[in-house]
Ligand binder design. Structure first.
Ligand SMILES: Nc1ncnc2c1ncn2[C@@H]1O[C@H](COP(=O)(O)OP(=O)(O)OP(=O)(O)O)[C@@H](O)[C@H]1O
Ligand SMILES: [Mg+2]
Length: 282
């Protein structure tokens, strides 16, 4: 026995054969990305993709270079929400994937660009998803970025695990919840997942917290204080409470962000505050 650790053997073999491990190649390709942030939630439909898209827009409006890696292989939403559904992926002469450029120069990569049409179902088991995730991470020309956001599907399954296993130095996660206990309970699982895979949860975002009526009064639509509960329970800052605004869904379907259409809206102001808090935290 040489007494070498596994890591030392790996490094020696890499040196001998001039091969880089998969992880090494992925992370070399991400070397010019400052912050890598995943958006998670134990619960479906709470607004992860809406939050990801609007955080990207808020950051881009503040002058940051941003990209989104839409890591929801079964239900990709980012290209639709940012109005870049119909774009075609192009390759560089050395066969790197050029991400699609969305509003404000936001770069987008998504499985949606690799499917024959927008209703095609992806029926893949874990290993295939991992391979595709790794390939997109490794062969996309991300370039120099301030923020790379990963939009994840609900839960703590393959996709969240791929992020944790393949991407080195993840800056942290943002956990999205609705106010209800049902949502907060599911999101608590995502926070525990993060602890298990050694990734910090930077903050909690409560979505659909209230509705501002025409009379200017705030009305709570969903019962509960899920965001505050999770913040207290896990000692993680609550970065913002996002209101319900019917225009969000309407514009989201048409590929626009309310932050661009109506930057003075309550919804937009909350997002500008969220990204200010986020950049203070990291
Ligand atoms: N604050 C809000 N006000 C109004 N509509 C919203 C708000 N947040 C999200 N929505 C709408 O709710 C729907 C679900 O949101 P979204 O797709 O972002 O959720 P998700 O958590 O990403 O879902 P999934 O679990 O399927 O990935 C979308 O149609 C979106 O436009
Ligand atoms: Mg989504």
């Amino acid at each position: 026995m040489s007494g070498e650790s596994k890591e030392e053997v790996k490094r020696r073999l890499e040196g001998l054969f001039h091969v880089k491990s998969l992880e090494e190649q992925i992370n070399r390709n991400l070397r010019d990305v400052k912050y890598k942030i995943g958006v998670i939630s134990g619960k479906g439909g709470v607004g992860k993709s809406t939050v990801t898209a609007n955080i990207a827009v808020a950051l881009a409006l503040k002058g940051y270079k941003v990209a989104i890696f839409d890591s929801d292989f079964h239900g990709p939403s980012i290209p639709k929400m940012l109005g870049v559904m119909d774009r075609q992926i192009e390759l560089t002469p050395d066969k790197k994937i050029i991400p699609v450029e969305g509003p404000l120069g936001i770069k987008v990569i998504s499985i949606a660009y690799f499917l024959p049409d927008s209703t095609e179902a992806v029926i893949w088991r874990g290993p295939l998803k991992k391979k595709f995730f790794d390939d997109l991470a490794m062969y996309t020309q991300w370039g120099e970025l301030d923020y790379l956001l990963f939009d994840l599907p609900p839960g703590t399954g393959d996709e969240a695990l791929n992020l944790a296993q393949s991407i080195r130095d993840v800056t942290g996660l943002l956990a999205v919840t609705q106010p209800t206990e049902v949502s907060a309970l599911a999101v608590a699982k995502s926070i525990n997942f993060a602890t298990k895979v050694n990734i910090k949860v930077l903050g909690i975002i409560e979505n659909m917290s209230y509705f501002v009526c025409g009379d200017g009064k705030k009305y709570k639509i969903f019962h509960g204080d899920g965001g505050e509960y999770l913040s207290r329970q896990f000692n993680i800052p609550l970065l913002g409470k996002v209101p319900i605004d019917p225009r969000v869904a309407e514009y989201g379907d048409s590929g626009y962000s309310l932050l661009i259409k109506d930057p003075e809206s309550e919804f937009s102001k909350v997002f500008f505050e969220i990204v200010d808090r986020l950049s203070e935290l990291i």
